[in-house]
Design a binder for this molecule. Structure first.
Ligand SMILES: [Zn+2]
Length: 180
């Protein structure tokens, strides 16, 4: 188990294009495990891409709707359908969230950690997650696509019943929104 430092905005590595992985070997599996460990260490993390821990290879880990952590090599969106407005945040862009347009459905092709080809159909938040992580592999951050930033102090969560004493406001905003 190895936790890596999550690189944040301003770090050049987040803006570089990652190279495809030629062979899924032990070294690649170790990197995938590091990405997974680092992702699991953040309770709001939904996904993490290799450049976020400083590795310029096409590797991502996503927390699937069934709770499983999927480790994927050379992921690619091969089909997408629909478009809607979503809200995103990113572990590499702490404290910022914004609205942007993403496909409703995507089909992703990738290799798993054993080098076997897999195809994944994803919808809504899961589709958004793939778009976000695969963008990272091309040096693209969600903030590049944001149409409107959501102010940290703005009360955009529907459930604000606990806000009356005001003590937990900062925590609420962060814990209720996942980061990719
Ligand atoms: Zn991200």
């Amino acid at each position: 188990m190895a936790l890596r430092e999550i690189r944040t905005i301003g770090d050049e590595v987040l803006r570089k294009k990652c190279k495809p992985v030629r062979e899924v070997n032990d070294r690649v599996r170790m990197l995938l495990q590091d990405i997974e460990d680092t992702l699991r260490s953040d309770e709001n993390g939904a996904g993490l891409a290799a450049p976020q821990i400083g590795i310029l290879r096409r590797l991502i880990v996503v927390n699937a709707p069934d709770g499983e952590y999927l480790k994927l090599v050379n992921p690619e969106i091969v089909a997408s359908d629909g478009e809607h407005e979503v809200v995103e945040g990113c572990l590499s862009v702490p404290g910022r969230w914004g609205k942007l347009m993403r496909p409703v459905k995507v089909t992703v092709k990738a290799l798993d950690e054993n080098g076997k080809e897999v195809t994944i159909e994803a919808e809504n938040d899961y589709a958004k997650l793939f778009c976000h992580e695969i963008d990272h592999l091309d040096g693209v951050l969600f903030i590049d696509k944001v149409t409107e930033f959501i102010d940290d102090d703005e009360d955009w969560e529907e459930d604000d019943e606990d806000d009356e004493d005001g003590e937990d406001d900062e925590d609420l905003d962060e814990t209720d929104q996942e980061n990719e």
